[in-house]
Design a protein around this ligand. Structure first.
Ligand code: SAH
Length: 256
């Protein structure tokens, strides 16, 4: 079969439709088929044409997520049939969104691909609280890191990361880290001090957004006490000191 078809991987941002890029909006409106990930909010999908075919491929409704190979096959077939295919992903498609793998598979199948950036959740989360990820006095850079390892992979080397973050003054933004927070906390404490400020932000940019701030030594306890759950990012570093200062009651409850 000759090379044909086109797929656009579109970053839907953290959830608030107003945080979409114009390019993302145009691609969504022009799509005839949309394959939508778990964390994409419904108001964003509602921007698609009423005639567009929407396929939810996430874990909504308690179902298991659609296998990656099936999603890729679906995209390739639809593109080859001449559909305007949009693969809609939460945040940015190239940050923990398997966008890289999808581009490789689509290109191997002879399907043309383009990618539209989205605002990544970790950035939107702190911005919504008027907090930066870098600051000339507190952080020289930022690391986006996953708390969730691929099966069989030993995962992030938290001790090395903690030492580097301390020495190089880096903010850590941890995705998918809430369920592993006890382990992450104890490993990070090998390189960072227990009083390092931490913020946990859940459902960033959505009406149900909430956050808690504490010290690294109280991270897991605070997540448990506050009932913080996915989707959430954990931000570690002096840039969130102001959020911690505003939350002294929570700190007190966490036994600090
Ligand atoms: N590509 C996405 C990340 C996908 S991994 C991006 O760039 O944002 C999924 C993880 O992203 C979640 O487990 C959570 O850690 C984070 N996340 C996604 N949406 C979020 C939101 N609205 N608020 C807080 N964290 C979010």
């Amino acid at each position: 079969m000759p090379a044909s078809g086109h797929v656009t991987l579109v970053g839907a941002g953290p959830g608030d439709p107003e945080l979409l890029t114009l390019k993302a909006l145009k691609a969504i409106q022009a799509a005839t088929v949309l394959l939508v990930d778990d964390l994409v909010s419904e108001p964003i999908v509602a921007l698609a044409a009423p005639t567009a075919r929407v396929v939810w491929v996430g874990k909504r409704g308690g179902c298991k997520s659609t296998p990656q190979s099936f999603i890729e096959k679906l995209m390739i077939t639809a593109a080859q049939e001449g559909e305007a295919v949009v693969r809609l992903k939460g945040g940015d498609p190239f940050l923990f969104g398997r966008g890289g793998e999808e581009v490789e598979h689509l290109l191997a199948a002879g399907v043309r691909v383009s990618v539209v950036n989205g605002i990544t959740a970790g950035l939107a989360a702190v911005t919504s609280l008027n907090t930066p990820l870098t600051h000339r006095e507190h952080a020289h850079g930022v690391v986006f890191v996953t708390g969730h390892a691929k099966p069989g992979d030993s995962g992030t080397d938290w001790r090395a990361l903690a030492a580097t973050a301390r020495q190089a003054k880096l903010t850590l933004v941890i995705y998918m880290g809430v369920s592993g927070s006890a382990h992450i906390q104890s490993e990070l404490l090998h390189g960072l001090s227990a009083d390092t400020p931490v913020a946990i932000i859940q459902n960033a940019s959505l009406p149900q957004q909430r956050h808690a701030a504490c010290t690294l030594g109280a991270l897991h306890a605070t997540i448990e006490q506050e009932g913080m759950g996915s989707p959430a990012v954990i931000v570690v570093g002096d840039v969130v000191q102001g959020l911690l200062a505003a939350e002294l009651p929570i700190q007190a409850r966490a036994g600090m």
